[in-house]
Ligand binder design. Structure first.
Ligand code: ADP
Ligand code: MG
Length: 723
């Protein structure tokens, strides 16, 4: 029997609700119950140890090694009281996923007995065999040693999986020579760099604070389909997206899914992963249906950026894991379905002081917004100067299918400020003064700063980087990506621009600070003018205008990756990553890009020859038989059967064209294989991709004329609407 048809009856008999674990509804009680959090530590540790851990969590002090054993013992007690049997250092190698290697809490006791044990040394440092993680040439197998080290900025938590519980220790990952092998170390360093630069600005402008935090709120988009559909589609299983599939006659055009009523099975899944997330201390708040059928969004409340990123990686893991329990599959890919909206991960980014001032809020401090003008100028300048690097930092093979697709921003990096700010900054840039429409008077910025009144609803949904009242929303990041690289690049380049601006301000000895600052801002605003754009980023005109402004428009990520090791990047990343480490990231990124595309093309060929072509032969056979018998039957009456002839011809011609496209794809793949990896990636992204698109086009047309009961691959209408 056709397994696709069989699946329909299995899915129809699934219960509409699955069991939701936990006490749903008592969020304040459940929140952080699986986290070794500050209140637990306060109870368990003497004051000085507790203070040391809190300072380390705020990146303000190193953990004292002499406390490690005490902390480890308390952690083990707490974890075991919750049923944990193992511990692991949980880290983020350069694979876009998290990594873990579990060890039981056991050691030899006396005689042949084992005892539960966990030492400070085991807490502070782990030594996984690191030879199989990507290192971009920084390490060869014979010198494989890599170390993981506890990162106290992110709290220790318990992971429930299988039948057991594991104590997870968020960690950084580096080689035995001290080379950085993960995404976390540069992120933490970049937070520190930005903190130092912003503190210079705060001191200068007389704002009291001990330190600043970078905050991040991540809106995560995803699709949910029945798990059986995924299992019946090797493309979704292996690549996360459909490589074939004719558009369903109904897609998203009625706009009836956006903010619509969530289906019961999906809602039960959402509730289940939400409660699991809350227990892990992830403050999930918002959920809703997105534009495409089967597409949804979840957004936690913003947190310190490095923690928000750990939480996002955990959340994605939870979503995949818990979907399985509901017989669902959670697709985090940027473009699972051709012709429908893709999924992004909007990064809402801001900077705030430890005493609660949002420095991107123009009214954050009454009668003082000089710091705001300086920060905004530094941000615009950084985006302008490092536009290509920013493009690279959101660049993946999967995001390339989404960017510029009229549901996501184009690959041109520009900033939308909103009407009032746009006017303000153009005025400062051109005249050093500002005429406020509201006050209809001339305000000389040299003496009086305008009261800025930002309207949160002043929005432009087409811009890749939009100011939304008191934060920037970066919309170009893909849904499956770790935000680490993007946020590291933002922090690093903004710190660089801000330091440059502060150097210039410090060099002036003028008594009036505003008079000193404005000419410096003018200089930087002039330089970065091209990056400000308020119009429709999806339009053709913007592409032309952006080209005239000299802004890069890089549609294939592979063409941006060399920015990861350019002289400008090396200069900005001083103290964060060495030129060697940057070069290694370039290698890893290019390799990953090539592998993703190569896996897709090989999966396509496999599906074509084993699941599609046999069906086409069946169909040809059936129509040929029909043609023969109809011809014989109609011969005496000379009936017109040209339609039947044409249909048969179409079937044969399209099948022939599909076979030729598959042969072409195969040849292109073989030819590309012999090239060095960099050229291979480029050829995959261009020539080979064209052959793959041609094959898909032929097959999708055939799907429209082949007997529905013969077709093996679940169809778009089923994937999207049957659940
Ligand atoms: P929308 O879809 O309208 O953009 P959402 O409510 O879906 O808004 O998501 C907004 C995200 O921005 C949330 O994660 C929220 O916590 C976050 N956010 C709000 N204020 C800030 C801020 N100052 N800094 C960083 N993120 C913020
Ligand atoms: Mg949202």
């Amino acid at each position: 029997m056709n397994c696709r048809v069989n699946a329909l009856s299995i899915i129809a008999s699934r219960p509409s609700r699955a069991h939701t674990s936990g006490e749903y509804g008592k969020f304040s009680k459940e929140f952080g119950s699986l986290v070794f959090n500050r209140s637990i530590m306060q109870k368990m540790f003497p004051k000085e140890i507790f203070q040391n851990i809190v300072n380390a969590a705020d990146s303000r002090e190193k953990l004292r090694p002499e406390y490690a054993d005490t902390v480890a013992v308390a952690m083990k007690e707490w974890a075991m009281s919750h049923g944990a049997t193992h511990y692991t250092h949980w880290f983020q190698p350069l694979t876009n996923a998290s990594a873990e290697k579990h060890d039981a809490f056991i050691d030899w006791g006396t005689g042949d007995k084992v005892i539960e044990k966990f030492s400070g040394r085991q807490l502070i440092q782990g030594e996984p065999d690191a030879s199989s993680f990507p290192s971009g040439g920084l390490r060869s197998t014979y010198e494989a040693r890599g170390y993981t080290g506890w990162d106290p900025t992110s709290p220790v938590f318990l992971w429930e999986g299988g039948d057991g519980i594991t104590l997870c220790i968020p960690s950084v990952f580096f080689s035995w020579t001290g080379d950085v092998l993960d995404n976390k170390i540069p992120l933490l360093r970049s937070e520190q760099n930005l903190n130092n630069a912003v503190m210079r600005l705060l001191k200068k402008t007389g704002i009291q604070a001990d330190f600043v935090n970078v905050f991040l709120g991540l809106e995560q988009e995803y699709f949910v389909i029945d798990r059986l559909w995924r299992d019946l589609r090797p493309d979704i299983l292996l690549t996360g997206r459909t490589l074939f599939g004719r558009a369903s006659p109904k897609g998203q055009e009625l706009q009836d899914h956006y903010f619509g009523c969530v289906k019961d099975r999906v809602l039960a899944f959402m509730q289940d992963f939400e409660i699991a997330a809350l227990r892990l201390g992830i403050p999930v708040r918002t959920r809703h249906n997105e534009v495409a059928p089967a597409q949804h969004e979840v957004a936690p409340v913003y947190e310190r950026a490095s923690l928000a990123i750990d939480h996002n990686i955990l959340l994605m893991e939870l979503m995949r894991h818990i979907a399985g329990k509901h017989n669902l599959s959670c697709l985090l890919h940027e473009k699972p379905f051709k012709g429908l909206n893709g999924s992004g991960k909007h990064c809402n980014w801001s900077i705030g002081t430890n005493n609660g001032i949002n420095l991107l809020d123009p009214n954050g401090i009454p009668d003082n917004n000089l710091h705001f003008l300086v920060l905004q100028t530094a941000i615009m300048h950084a985006v302008y100067k490092h536009s290509k690097l920013l493009r690279a930092s959101i660049g993946t093979a999967s995001n390339d299918y989404r960017l510029g697709g009229h549901e996501a921003p184009p690959a041109i990096m520009s900033i939308y400020l909103g009407g009032a700010l746009e006017e303000l900054f153009s005025d400062i840039e051109s005249t050093g003064t500002h005429t406020s429409a509201a006050k209809s008077g001339h305000i000389d910025l040299g003496h009086v700063l305008p009261t800025l009144n930002m309207d949160n609803t002043d929005r432009n949904r087409t811009s890749p980087i939009a100011f939304t009242g008191n934060k920037f929303e970066f919309r170009a990041l893909g849904s499956s990506a770790s935000p680490s690289t993007l946020v590291t690049v933002l922090n690093t380049t903004i710190a660089q621009s801000l330091n440059e601006i502060m150097d210039k301000i410090d060099a002036h000895k003028g008594s009036n600070l505003t008079e000193t600052v404005i000419p410096v801002l003018q200089e930087y605003l002039k330089a970065s003018k091209g990056v400000r754009f308020s119009g429709d980023n999806y339009s053709e005109q913007w592409r032309d205008e952006a080209a005239q402004r000299g802004l890069p428009n890089i549609s294939k990520s592979i063409d941006s990756f060399d920015a990861l090791k350019s002289p400008e990047t090396i200069a900005a990343f001083k103290g964060i990553l060495t030129p060697g480490e940057l070069a290694s990231r370039f290698e890893v990124t290019v390799e990953h890009y090539a592998h993703i595309l190569s896996i897709e093309y090989r999966t396509m060929l496999d599906i074509f020859y084993t699941k599609i072509l046999p069906v086409l032969f069946h169909q040809q056979h059936a129509v040929a038989n029909t043609l023969g018998s109809v011809k014989a039957a109609t011969a005496p009456v000379k009936a017109n059967i040209s339609g039947l002839h044409r249909h048969f011809e179409l079937l044969v011609e399209l099948t022939e064209a599909a076979i030729q496209s598959a042969e072409q794809l195969n040849e292109d793949l073989i030819a590309a294989k012999s090239l060095p990896i960099g050229s291979q990636a480029k050829v995959y992204a261009n020539e080979v991709q064209r052959a793959a698109e041609q094959l898909r086009k032929n097959v999708d047309e055939l799907e429209g004329i082949v007997d529905d009961t013969l077709w093996q691959l679940p169809k778009y209408r089923e994937l999207l609407f049957i659940l």
